[in-house]
Ligand binder design. Structure first.
Ligand code: GLU
Length: 493
């Protein structure tokens, strides 16, 4: 019997997402329960958006939760390299094989031509898709143009009629019409593969037997299935996991819920509780108990117990569960956990330089600096009353700064300042107009240590969280404002 092998294949393009941990957890449980292996592959073919920092954060976040993999870029293994950016030659070979077999073709169409075709199709109320222009070019012309170094992509051929039957472990057979599929680009002009080719080739070469991935990928399943057929490879079993949702049922998004695992770590959640909560997303123990460990989840795991109604990721429920875990720690474990979290000398060394000059006794530290050890800070709305700015402008400045800080990847004081500066300059304001607002949002106080230093120290997750909370306190952002301000944001450099 073949060994069960599952994987998580994150793209390192931002903060480590709770959705990644959720899918990783189910893949891990599935593999372990069958005595199999769970591996990690980094899908970094998007060279512009992928970073090594984000990759490292994924490892750290998953490990913090207690999720371990037996093969991966950082631990090695027999099927490496496990980072797609290091597998370029492999995709080249398989792409060439598809072209040679007539399942894919070189496409030389310019971006302008594709835009024009798209515009015409939209005009005629058709689904925009590639029109097959380069599909039947004579072989010698293709060779000539390739030899001349003309930029091109490789596209896969897809049927135009009929349906593709996607066998899903949870839903049974899902039928998706072929005419919804475009002639997907498999290799880009830069010679790198797209998700579709790289994912199929790697899952095959890495011996993956079961693919548990997010439901958002279900609509594109036919393209993957067809690629397996083109190559003549055995299909892995497919399982499309329900998407995590905000309490209002919309897809989990950072606009409504913090989605970065590091946020939960900074908030002082216990990793065991967090993992337990993720395990309850659409799944339950046979005896319906709410509190269980990873080992217990693995022992009782049954994929068929996943229910398809969108699981809701709710901070309040998570907090309740965390409380259960907290209370069951021994006093020693509780104290050690708190110490490790923030009451440690590293964190103290970050704070000390900013409080030392402002106190006369050690006993004044806690009242002055308590916000360094808090999640939210519940500022008084009065602190946001502004001499110069109307309440709407106050919300606008804060929202624009929040968006700028959400996009900031290197969390350093100078860069944080530059974000705020860019916003105020664009609105023809001064830094000193915005700083009292930042101050109130971040510290919850009327005066304390320098807020820019405080933001750097508390980190991106808590800074963004507190800004979001302050904006909510002031009435939030309407849909109309959201649209207008996003436009404004686009013009701020
Ligand atoms: N790289 C994809 C992602 O980031 C992987 C999806 C899959 O599991 O196939 O979600």
């Amino acid at each position: 019997m073949t060994t069960v092998r599952t994987r998580i294949a994150p793209s390192p393009t931002g903060d480590p997402h709770v959705g990644t941990a959720y899918i990783a957890l189910f893949n891990l449980c599935f593999a372990r329960q069958h005595g199999g292996e769970f591996i990690l592959r980094i899908e970094d073919t998007d060279q512009v958006r992928s970073t090594r920092e984000s990759e490292q954060q994924i490892y750290d976040a998953l490990r913090w939760l207690g999720i371990e993999w037996s093969e991966g870029p950082d631990v090695g293994g027999p099927h490496g390299p496990y980072r797609q950016s290091e597998r370029g030659h492999i995709y080249q070979k398989y792409s060439a094989e598809l072209v040679a077999k007539g399942h894919a073709f070189h496409c030389f169409c310019s971006a302008e031509r594709l835009d024009q075709v798209r515009a015409e199709q939209m005009e005629a109320k058709q689904t925009p898709r590639y029109d097959g222009h380069c599909m039947h070019l004579p072989a010698d012309e293709v060779q000539q143009r390739l030899a001349a170094g003309e930029p091109n992509v490789v596209r896969m051929k897809v049927p135009t009629e009929g349906v593709c039957v996607v066998p899903d472990m949870l839903r049974g057979e899902v039928e998706i019409p072929w005419d919804r599929m475009d002639m997907q680009v498999l290799m880009k002009t830069d010679g790198l593969p797209t998700y579709f080719l790289a994912n199929v080739v790697d899952d095959h070469l890495m011996g993956i037997t079961h693919v548990l991935r997010g439901e958002e990928w279900l609509p594109s399943a036919p393209k993957l299935i067809l690629l397996y057929e083109y190559f003549g490879w055995e299909q892995p079993q497919l399982c499309y996991m329900p998407l995590l949702r905000n309490p209002d049922k919309s897809k989990l998004s950072k606009r409504k819920n913090p989605t970065s695992i590091t946020f939960y770590e900074r908030m002082g959640f216990l990793p065991q509780a967090m993992l337990n909560y993720l395990g309850r997303m659409g799944w339950s123990m046979p005896d319906e108990r709410e509190k269980f460990s990873l080992a217990e989840m693995i022992e009782h795991f049954d994929i068929q117990r996943v229910s398809l109604g969108g699981p809701i990721f709710d901070l309040e429920k998570l907090s309740w569960l965390n409380g259960q875990w907290m209370r069951e720690l021994s006093v020693e474990e509780f104290a050690a956990g708190a110490q490790q979290w923030a009451f440690n000398s590293d964190y103290m060394m970050k704070i000390a330089p900013h409080v030392q000059g402002r106190v006369e006794t050690f006993s004044q530290i806690a009242p002055l600096a308590s916000f360094f050890f808090a999640g939210g800070v519940n500022p008084d709305a009065k602190l946001f009353e502004h001499k110069k700015l109307a309440p709407d402008q106050v919300r606008q400045v804060m929202q624009l700064i929040l968006w700028k800080l959400e996009a900031l990847r290197q969390w350093e004081k100078d860069r944080i300042t530059a974000c705020i500066q860019a916003v105020v300059e664009h609105l023809q304001l001064k830094l000193r107009d915005a700083m009292p607002l930042m101050f109130a949002a971040i510290t919850g106080q009327a005066s304390s240590v320098s807020v820019l230093d405080a933001m750097e120290i508390i980190g991106p997750d808590l800074t963004r969280f507190r800004l979001r909370q302050a904006i909510e306190l002031l009435g939030g952002v309407s849909k109309k404002e959201n649209k207008e301000w996003e436009k404004l944001l686009a013009s701020i450099v």
